[in-house]
Ligand binder design. Structure first.
Ligand code: MN
Ligand code: MN
Length: 417
């Protein structure tokens, strides 16, 4: 489809008899872009389109839509592509972390993202921060330890496909479990937030006068003579105690927190299954503690597409887990820009900007849509048109009502339906 011009598509359709109507031939010359405004390869010459200057073919090859945008792309948009793949990796004894904050990804002001690896026994040290933390496990197993404001503790072991959510300020720690440790992606509900800038147990202890520590903990000063001077951040720990022993050890007379901090996406049924794929929605309606982050796990089969839609409530931060994708984002102007995505890449769509996501690979495309809100919400273009009086649609689009009447009043989410 990508290489067909709109004019060619129209001509082919007309020959096939699919376009009804008077006026189709007359409008052919003005059938949107590439004629107004004239952009894209089809509106230039091979010589003018060529790129004789310096080039990194390996990198350029990853971005066919940046190299050769479809002629329907016009006027550009603020860059909505980023990636963990080229983010600085801070490596320490127990694992590593890399992040994409608004400093790296200007458009991403609602949330920032962190990709972290904890080897078996690797510990992300006890810490807290001003923003909420949402996470998805992408590999292995991890122990999550947290306490709420009532002083009620929770220790949980999570696996690939599980989520966790910590409200702002709650103290927590993470540890990679056997056999292979853990890898996960964190989302902070603030684009400026950084995993390299959190409040750490070790730093507070090291920067509190020893006699204050002694008084606070009701111990002699000498009890603190070996506390670390430098932070630990991520360090190699000993293998953790069994889960039931850890849960017994932290058990409090105050009980456990009211809301569960973790959620298993593997154990939930999809909200929607179509021939083209499926979607699971996880927000405060089924994961009540997640009051500031709503998420959707989308699977699109080869040849399928996440339908044309937008989100009226919040910006969308995308994390690509597997497969290959192409997304075009649309805004007023008109502006339209297409970008390609691979595993570990990030996309971003501002609130209410139109978009679709195609599977351009040969395997399932899996990605997450993340929103800084308590609920997932979307508007489907097809559903909207199906729910609009047909005479209005006919007079807008100059299409055969017999065709537009096929639009479904129940949205498909992933095509084909
Ligand atoms: Mn944290
Ligand atoms: Mn979307």
């Amino acid at each position: 489809m990508k290489d067909l011009s709109r004019r060619n598509i129209l001509a082919a359709s007309a020959v096939g008899g699919a376009v009804a109507a008077a006026g189709a031939a007359a409008s052919a010359a003005g059938f949107g872009n590439p004629d107004r405004p004239a952009e894209g390869r089809m509106n230039t010459t091979p010589g003018a389109f060529s790129e004789p200057g310096p080039k990194n073919p390996a990198l350029a090859g990853q971005f066919p839509s940046f190299q050769d945008p479809p002629p329907t792309d016009v006027n550009g948009l603020d860059l909505f592509w980023s990636s963990f793949n080229n983010a600085h990796k801070r490596v320490q004894s127990g694992g590593w972390a890399r992040e994409v904050t608004q400093a790296d990804f200007a458009i991403s002001d609602a949330v920032s993202g962190v990709n972290m690896r904890l080897g078996k026994g690797g510990v992300r040290e006890l810490h807290w921060h001003q923003q909420a933390e949402w996470a998805v496990m992408v590999d292995g197993h991890c122990r999550v330890t947290v306490m709420d404001t009532e002083g009620r503790p929770a220790v949980r072991d999570v696996k690939q496909g599980d989520l966790w959510y910590f409200p702002p300020g709650l103290p927590h720690a993470l540890q990679g479990l056997g056999p292979s440790g853990a890898e996960f992606v964190l989302v902070f509900d603030n684009g400026h937030s950084s995993e390299f800038n959190t409040l750490l147990l070790t730093e507070w202890m090291a920067h509190t006068p020893p006699e204050v520590l002694a008084e606070n903990f009701n111990l002699p000063v000498s009890a603190f003579k070996n506390i670390p001077i430098d932070d630990l951040w991520i360090y190699q720990g000993p293998d953790p105690m069994p889960l039931d022993a850890a849960q017994r050890a932290v058990r409090s007379p105050l009980g456990e927190p009211q809301d569960e901090y973790t959620f298993s996406m593997n154990d939930m049924k999809p909200n929607k299954v179509t021939k083209g794929g499926e979607v699971k929605i996880i927000d405060s309606r089924n994961f009540p503690i997640s009051k500031t982050i709503a998420a959707a796990l989308v699977t699109v089969k080869p040849g399928g597409m996440r339908e044309l839609h937008w989100h009226p409530n919040a910006d969308e931060w995308q994390y690509y887990i597997s497969g290959e994708a192409r997304m075009t984002v649309f805004n007023t102007g008109p502006r339209a820009q297409t970008a390609d995505f691979r595993p570990g890449d990030l996309g971003y769509v501002k609130k209410s900007f139109g978009h679709y996501v195609q599977n351009t690979g040969t395997t399932d495309l899996v990605f997450m849509e993340i929103f800084k809100d308590d609920k997932f919400a979307e508007i489907s273009l097809t559903q909207w048109l199906a729910c609009t009086p047909p005479d209005l649609i006919a007079s807008h689009l100059n299409m055969d009502p017999a065709l537009t009447s096929q639009f479904g009043k129940i949205r498909s989410v992933v095509m084909p339906a």
